[in-house]
Design a protein around this ligand. Structure first.
Ligand SMILES: [Zn+2]
Length: 540
């Protein structure tokens, strides 16, 4: 997540910053004879023909969606063997802003204890009551431009095999579903839990809801809570940070939508079938920790191949130029992070222009970006936010973590990865400039100023999201002060060792959930020294 409004408030960057690049021009000097001149115009005509065919291709593409993806890579096939499986059939009814769903979860017990019940998050219920929304009070008008509109999940049945089972819905906002198993689930065993439910989508332009252009279908289905050393993690949907924590699983999702809609989503498109006035999108996503999709009647799509991944940019027709820039930012970032951290294992990655008021938000294989950042005057921020959310594909997406109790672990590393992108793309001076603006002097003065205003503040980086009272403090401490930890690590170790540490951390923890002790372990494995003192000092 990157809260654009907070960022604008506390950096010294002007809101209207021209693009960082675009000044490079290629010069053609053509010496032409009469014959060459004729050839030149013939070639020019062919170029125009190809360009117009290309334009037609873009339009056709926009109507029929993406190409079918190739087979997932061997690594994903291997890792996916032992994971839980979500099979979900969805009928999307945009007229009534509703989803009608049938879901079967083959839940694999990968822990070493027996379970008598399994817990699921019901995130849509956080949007039901106006007094308990996952937005701060000063965000409400922006989240609901047309006034409050409720959203929720209406669970109709839960069964195991063909038999209904007992279940309870409870917790803050009725956000947790407890399914009582008919017999204990043993370590290594699995059980099939079937549910039928409908989801009411609010007229809200947050992560979950719809606006004028897009339906943002995020955190929408019952997803299993994580069981870890602290037991079941049944946290509510907090207003600050990204209050999500999940295990990687395999997803097979069929979405039936009116034919005019294009779907951007997590996962590979296996097939698209037409059925009367509907189109069924069959999507497969192996080894991902969530499944998100965004539907629009207005998407155009640009794409570019980077290593084994096709990068897509979904944008509205009036934002084509910026949409193609977003594609360029994401493609560059993917390439840089592939070489710095380790290879992105998925076949596709999408950057999606959305009705989304916060800035940017990461999900597996897909990031949603506030449509307003596609304004020509906001291109600096479009790049910054797109790169930040792309870096999350590594830190959050592939290497997971408890984003409630240790939010700094992914956010701070993501923020610092964004700074590194500028260095790799534009040179060391630009990296330093961005670091100073984003995390340097701006941070110190803003944090000090904040502390002067409010005396009793714990400024330790390592705090859970519910300890923060507003986005500004959260941003200052978790993102900026947090990025300073990685800057210091980088300064101490130098380039070679620093990247070796990040690659080790990535390799050791991919497709699982890491804690900061795993980061420390990677430091120690690479350098052969204790990093106790460093982490104690930095996390205070
Ligand atoms: Zn973030």
């Amino acid at each position: 997540m990157l809260n654009f409004h907070t960022l604008i408030n506390i950096t010294q960057f002007p809101g209207k910053k021209p693009a960082l690049f675009g000044g490079r021009r290629m010069k053609f000097i053509i010496f032409m004879t009469e014959k060459n001149r004729r050839n030149f115009f013939a070639i020019l005509l062919i170029c125009i023909l190809i360009a117009s065919l290309g334009g037609a291709y873009l339009n056709r593409y926009a109507r029929s969606g993406r190409e079918y993806e190739r087979q997932p890579g061997a690594e994903l096939l291997e890792i996916s063997k032992d994971l839980s499986i979500y099979d979900i059939d969805v009928i999307f009814d945009p007229e009534n802003a509703r989803l009608i769903c049938k879901q079967n979860v083959k839940l694999v017990n990968r822990d070493d204890i027996e379970f008598n019940s399994i817990y699921f998050h019901l995130y849509p219920n956080a949007f039901k009551e106006e007094k308990r929304l996952p937005f701060l009070s000063d965000e409400k008008d922006a989240a609901y431009p047309n006034g409050f509109s409720p959203g929720w999940i209406d669970l109709k049945s839960v069964s195991i095999g063909d038999s209904p089972v007992d279940y309870q819905i409870g917790g803050y906002n009725n956000n947790i579903l407890a399914v009582m198993l008919d017999k204990p689930l043993k370590p290594g065993g699995s059980t099939d839990i079937a549910m039928e439910y409908s989801v009411i989508i609010p007229n809200s332009i947050g992560r979950f809801g719809y606006g004028e252009n897009t339906f943002n279908i995020a955190n929408w289905y019952p997803v299993s809570c994580v069981y870890d050393h602290s037991g079941w993690n049944t946290d509510p949907y907090y207003a600050i940070g990204d209050p999500f924590y999940s295990d990687v699983s395999n997803y097979f999702v069929n979405i039936k939508v009116p034919s005019g809609y294009v779907i951007a989503s997590t996962g590979d498109i296996a097939e698209i079938k037409d059925e009367g006035e509907y189109r069924i999108w069959e999507i497969e996503a192996l080894a991902v920790r969530d499944f998100v999709w965004i539907a629009s009647e207005r998407f155009e799509i640009g794409s570019r191949q980077v290593d084994q991944t096709t990068v897509y940019s979904y944008f509205f027709p009036e934002s084509r130029e910026s949409g193609l820039r977003a594609l360029d930012y994401a493609a560059y970032a993917l390439q840089i992070f592939n070489s710095c951290f380790g290879m992105y294992p998925y076949r596709q990655f999408s950057v999606v222009q959305s009705d989304f008021f916060v800035g940017g938000m990461e999900y597996p294989n897909l990031v949603m970006i506030d449509k307003n950042l596609y304004d020509k005057e906001q291109l600096f921020w479009l790049e910054y936010v797109t790169v930040h959310e792309t870096a999350h594909q590594w830190w959050y997406g592939i290497v997971g973590n408890d984003q409630i109790d240790e939010p700094w672990l992914d956010e701070a590393l993501t923020e610092y990865s964004t700074v590194l992108y500028y260095g790799h793309r534009y040179g060391q001076d630009k990296e330093n400039e961005i670091y100073n603006i984003i995390t340097g002097e701006g941070t110190q003065s803003s944090l000090e100023k904040y502390i002067l205003d409010e005396q009793e503040i714990n400024t330790a980086v390592d705090q859970p999201i519910y300890k923060f009272s507003d986005w500004i403090l959260y941003d200052l401490i978790v993102y900026r002060k947090g990025a300073g930890i990685f800057r210091e690590m980088h300064r101490i170790t130098g380039d070679e060792v620093f990247y070796e540490i990040l690659r080790k951390y990535f390799e050791n923890n991919k497709f699982s959930n890491a804690a900061h002790t795993d980061l420390q372990k990677a430091c120690e494995e690479v350098t052969g020294k204790s990093w106790d003192a460093f982490f104690q000092r930095q996390l205070e």
